[in-house]
Each structure stands twice: as C-alpha cells, then as structure tokens.
Design a protein around this ligand. Structure first.
Ligand code: FAD
Length: 447
C-alpha cells in the first residue's frame, strides 16, 4: 500500500526521509558535547539508512511538493541565545520569569498551539485538499510509543506512516532508566536504535521533523473514499513531504509538554540533578538531601513516595497553598520538612544543584531534587475528531488503546493514565498496534 502511493511521485531532493542524526537542533547539539559518553565502535547511533538499502530507496519516493520557505518545526532558539549557552553553567544570568530553555516558537506554530478557541474548525481548514498518499495507519509521534507501534504494525504488514516532530519529552536528560536491557541509555540513542530496526520494514515510512498540523475525518471531503477514515495534513522542513495523507486508522502518540514552576534557573538543573519522575531517577539520588518542588495538590503524596529513597527531604510549595495542615503534620512526623516560603532561585553549577535559595534570604542545602511539572497533551491538531479527553487533556482510551472515535487510538504519555515511563509507552504502543490490526480486519481474539 505504502509502496504504491509513495512510488507515484518523483524522488524528492533534498531527501525528506534522510536520516536526521545530525544535531541540527541547538538543544541536541548541547547534549552531544557532554563528554560523559564513550564513543561507540561501531557506533550504534550511526544512521543505517544507507542509500543502498532497498528499504531506503522505497522511502525516498514520497510525492514531492513545493518546498516550504518557512519552517514550522524550527525552534527559534539559536546557539547564540544566552539562555542556551547558560544551560549547563547556570545561574550567573539575571533571573527572569520565562523558561530559558523553552522553545520560543509562537502560537502560530501548529505544534506549539493547543490554545485555539475553535480548534476543530482550524484543523479542518488546514487540510489542503485531496490526499496525495494513502496508508493503513498514520502514527503521530516518534517516541517509544509511536516507534513500538510502528515496529509491530510493520511486522503485521500494514502500510505505516510515522510522522515525528522530533521533540521528545525526555530530551532534557542525559540518561534514561528502567527500560529493560537499556537501563542508563541516552534518550536519543534509544530512539535511534528503534529507527534502525524500522529500516528493515519497507512498508514503514518515517517522516522526521515533520508535524501533523491537522487530523480530520474524511467526511469533510466530498467524494472521499469510505475506506480511509482520516486525513492528516503534514508540514515539515524538507521538500517532498506529501501535504495530505489519508489513513484507515491513526495512532496518537504525541507525548506531553511540561510547564515547570516559575523558578529562574530550574531548567538548568532539570534532567541533570533535578527530575520529575521518581521511578526513573530517584535511584541515582538516593540517601542525599533532596528537594521536592511543586504547586499541585498531590505534593504531599509525591513527598511520601520520594521519601522511599531518602530520609532528608524538604518539600517546597513555592508559596502555593497545596499542603494542608493535616498533611504537613503527617509529613513532619515522617521526618519530611515542609517549606512554604517562595523560592528565589536554585543554586549550583554545571547542572549540579547545591541549594534552594528562598526569597527571605535563607538557603537550604540540597544535592538533588524532584519537581512536579504541569503536563499538557498537545492534541489541538486532532480536535476536529472530538475524541474524549480527561480533565487534564489526556486522551481517554480503553485497555487496548482505543479512543472514543472508531479507528483512532492513543498510546504513551498522551493517553491517560500513565505511569509516564518509556517502557510503559512502548508497551502501550505495541498493544495498540496489535488491537489496531485486529480492528482493521474485524476480528476479535486475545492473541
Ligand atoms: C527529564 C525527564 C526524564 C525522564 N527520564 C525517564 C527515564 O529515565 N525513564 C523512563 O522510563 N522515562 C523517563 N521519562 C519519561 C519519558 O520520557 C516519557 O514517559 C516517554 O518519552 C513517553 O513516550 P511517548 O512516546 O508517549 O512520548 P515522547 O517520547 O514525548 O514522544 C512524542 C513525540 O511526538 C512528537 N509530536 C508531538 N506532536 C506532534 C505532531 N503534531 N506531529 C508530529 N509529531 C509530534 C514529539 O515531537 C515527540 O517526538 C523522563 C521524562 C522527563 C521529562
């Protein structure tokens, strides 16, 4: 299926499907300068998409279109941006209230915006016309959920288009933990190993640095084929990306965006010695004096969890009234301090946090910590489908990853309820893939 639609067009130049292992993204380039990683020989990160690979030459025939002059995916943080160069050296700069690492893309960037008031109408109008390609399944998002689904769908002989904007949630960290056989793997390496495996399946096409800007039911197009329930509008920085693709089914695996508490230097330590996931990173911080910083009502519960790894924990509410007196008494009885004074900033150097400085001038020494971000699934591009979402915006899915919309599935962090971990996301992707294949051919069986 993918072959026929993709071979219909002349090969594109430059190649939209070329391996994007190059550190174009300044944030990625930063990470690659960290010296802790021993070079691999042979390099498992090497791009295996050689032009000689028949699977690759298939992939190089995506229908061409006029190259975009504007790049909807570009993060406009330049390497010269002081916020970027400060990242690992920290906090000499003037505190500001904006996140120094945040991509400064404007709401005009469809991938960034989940804020539209009439998202469904916007999404529908963004589909440029009749699709120029058709596949069994479009997977939106190339994190562990999407990659795992692509592998399993590829093996099930489905024609698959995986579209990935390339901004993984865990990009802030250098090591990922808890993934069987890959404990401690750099986040990008995990993705690249998975991508290399996908290259063995000619029926799986991967579009890098490309976003799905709109996903609509085919019903809005007159004379649309009833076989294909969805149309996705694509936008990317390379020439040759089909502007619209039709699919029988779609898997949403777009992960989450995070908003951290408003503390000037927090980003500089995030992913280095301050983390959000205890299951992922508390082992490395065990028995140290730690902070837990947050402004949500689950802070006391998270404190009890983190106390599993240390008996020197201070909870910082950063001025928010989120720990009540009963909870505080319970925490205090367990040896956990509660500090309600707002935080002026974190102190430390080169990613190693050393203290929490409060606005009253006091300083609390720490050697690591956890933060409770706010999490936002970014799914506005699919709002026109009206899939059920929970109060936090996660996709509501059944035990198999089906959403409330027939043919539409969700996996990974974008789908409730978590836990938010790589191997969980990969498992959810695999499960959704299996069920999706059953649904495509209309069978019901456990295996
Ligand atoms: C600092 C940090 C450290 C972490 N450490 C660990 C750890 O050690 N172990 C662990 O198990 N977990 C860890 N996690 C959690 C882990 O990163 C997530 O649970 C996991 O990445 C979720 O996978 P996913 O596939 O759902 O989403 P993601 O990995 O976030 O991937 C989603 C992808 O979808 C793309 N996308 C989004 N919208 C679109 C669109 N419209 N079109 C195309 N593409 C789109 C994104 O660019 C991204 O590439 C960590 C998280 C953070 C923040």
């Amino acid at each position: 299926m993918a072959d026929s639609l993709l071979s219909a067009a002349p090969s594109a130049s430059p190649d939209p499907l070329a391996c994007h292992n190059t550190p174009d993204d300044p944030a990625e380039r930063d990470r690659r300068t960290v010296p802790s990683r021993t070079p691999d020989t042979p390099d498992p990160l090497a791009c295996h998409n050689t032009p000689d690979d028949p699977a690759e030459s298939d992939r190089r025939t995506v229908p061409s279109r006029t190259p975009d002059t504007t790049d909807p995916l570009a993060c406009h943080n330049t390497p010269d941006d002081p916020a970027e160069s400060d990242r690992r050296t920290v906090p000499s700069r003037t505190p500001d209230t904006t996140d120094p690492l945040a991509c400064h893309n404007t709401p005009a960037d469809p991938a960034e915006s989940d804020r539209g008031t009439d998202a469904a109408a916007t999404a529908a109008s963004a589909v440029p016309g009749r699709p120029s390609a058709e596949v069994d399944v479009i997977i939106v998002g190339g994190g562990p959920a999407g990659l795992s689904a692509a592998l399993n769908l590829g093996r099930a002989r489905a024609s698959v288009l995986l579209v990935d904007a390339g901004r993984p949630r865990n990009a802030a960290t250098l090591r990922s933990h808890g993934f069987l056989t890959r404990d401690g793997v750099p986040p990008l390496e995990l993705r690249k190993l998975a991508r290399a495996e996908l290259s063995a399946y000619p029926n799986v096409t991967v579009l890098d640095r490309t976003i799905v800007t709109a996903l609509v039911p085919t019903g809005h197009l007159r004379d649309a084929s009833t076989d294909f329930r969805f149309i996705a509008a694509l936008q990317g920085r390379k020439a040759g990306i089909p502007p619209a693709v039709a699919a029988r089914s779609v898997l949403l695996a777009t992960g989450l965006r995070e908003t951290l508490p408003d503390i000037p230097s927090l980003r500089a330590f995030y992913g280095m010695t301050v983390f959000s996931c205890a299951a992922c990173d508390a082992w490395e911080l065990q028995d140290r004096p730690l902070a837990l910083i947050g402004q949500t009502r689950d802070l006391a519960a998270r404190a009890r969890l983190i106390a599993r790894w240390t008996d020197r924990l201070t909870v910082f509410t950063h001025g928010a009234d989120v720990v009540d007196t009963v909870e505080e008494a319970e925490l205090t009885a367990s040896g956990i301090r509660v500090e309600r004074t707002p935080i002026a900033d974190l102190e430390g150097d080169r990613g190693a946090v050393s203290a929490v400085r409060l606005i009253d001038g006091r300083s609390v020494p720490i050697e690591g910590g956890f933060v409770r971000p706010l999490w936002h699934p970014v799914l506005d591009f699919a709002a026109g489908l009206r899939a059920e979402r929970d109060p936090e915006g996660h996709l509501v899915v059944d035990a198999s990853g089906r959403t409330s919309v027939p043919g539409l599935y969700g996996a990974g962090d974008a789908a409730a309820p978590g836990p938010q971990q790589l191997i969980v996301a990969a498992g959810q992707g695999a499960r959704a893939a299996a069920v999706l294949v059953h649904d495509l051919i209309g069978v019901q069986t456990a295996h």
